[in-house]
Structure formats: structure tokens, C-alpha cells
Design a protein. Sequence first.
Length: 269
Amino acid sequence: MLYNGKNGTLPVKDTTVDYIRFGTGAKTLIMLPGLGDGLRTVKGTALPMALMYRTFGKDFTVYAFSRRNALPQGFTTRDMARDVAQAMEQLGIAKADIFGVSMGGMIAQYLAIDYPEKVGKLILTVTSARPNPILRESIGEWVEYAQCGNHSAFMDSNLRRIYSDAYYRKNKWAIPLVGRLTKPKTYDRFFIQADACLTHDAFAQLQQIKAPTLVVGGERDRALGGEPSKEIAAQIPNARLKMYAQWGHGLYEEAGDFNRLLLDFLTEK
């Protein structure tokens, strides 16, 4: 199978967790996606993810885990980290490098704090250790549009806050069409995950993280700002910090050297 891609599902409690796997490397890398997981899980994305992150496929077998398909009210980022740890056990993964983006980075923080034996290297990208005014404003805006069922406005706000002005101008024409095609049947998972972001606060415990850590942020991040990345890097012992001056929250897609930056960190001795 191309890139050794696989789409899978794991049982957890009375529901399931979707995951994907690709790559043929001897080492294991686990990717944790952002708040967009509340609208759509990683189910069926093994091939496009393998193409997007093909740079990693030679050195790593890569997994990406979604959150539970049925999330209970009040489920926290710490609860979600516990699910990741249990998924690793089910798949026989004793230890892995962890790459968390945005909300996935919040979950990754607790995974490294609560399950240090399971975490090799840690990459925290465009994420925050605690809520700030920009994050509250962004999520509040998205929740408001979702509550009204205005998915086109929801998508427009996401595009505008996450990507660069040039990317937004180039792609905003497609928002009405994409909005109609991607509107979920329910926003329940999104609302629960949004609340988990707004109640996430691992700041005081970041100093417990022992894993070698790379923190990546964007100075033009309109979803949560650039300062949270600097704050995280200052709190985690010996963490490295890479700030992109020209990019924002979507730097993991827009910065041409992003994958190489991560691979260099993950493979260095």
C-alpha cells in the first residue's frame, strides 16, 4: 500500500477513537491534531497525511490520533492525554516522539507531564499552556458561528485567523462551497473540545517535562498569538524555541522549511 497507509479504529469505553498510520521507519512519531478534530476526525486521511508528511515516512512509522468519537461533557485536555496513552498501549507503542499542533499541543503537554515514560522527544507547535485574550476571542467567535449554524462564517473566520493574508485572499472564494460540503451534522464534539481549550491550564506543571522539547510559534498568529509559544519555551527546562516572524497559526502548512525543521530535531543524536 502506498506509504504503508492505514485507517483504523480503537475501542475506548463505550465509543471509539479513529487513528491513521503511515510510514515504514523504525521509530514512532505520534501526531495530535488541533481543534478542527471537533468537526472531522482523521478517519480516511491516511493517504493525504502521508503525502503531506512524507518527509517523515522513511525514519518513522507515524500515527495520528483523534479524540473520542463520543466525547462526554466536561472532558478535558488531560482526559484526552489519558486516551492517547491508552491508545498507545493498545497498539503496543511503549514510547514515541510526540508532535502536537494547537489543541493537540495542549494534549501533548499533559501526555509529557503525566506519562513521561511514553514520550521521547516533544514538539509543541502554535499552542498555549493556558488561555489568553486572543485564544478566548477566537474560540468565542467560532462557537458563536457554530451555535447559529452559520458554517460559512465559521469557515471564513477559521481561514482568516489561521492563515496568512495572502492565503486567505487566494482561497476565500471557495468558502461558501466548502462550507456547504463540510458542515457537520452536529457541533457537539466541537463544543466540548472548544471548552477543553478554554479550560486548559498546564502552565504551572510545564517545568515537570523532561522530554527534549521544540516549541514552534508564529509572530502573526491570530488564533492565539505568538507569546504563548515563548511562554512555554521559557517554562520547559532546556526547551528550544523557533518563532516564524512572517507566519501565523497555519505555519505548519505555509512555512516551506517546517517539516525539515521538525525532522532535523527528531533525528539528531
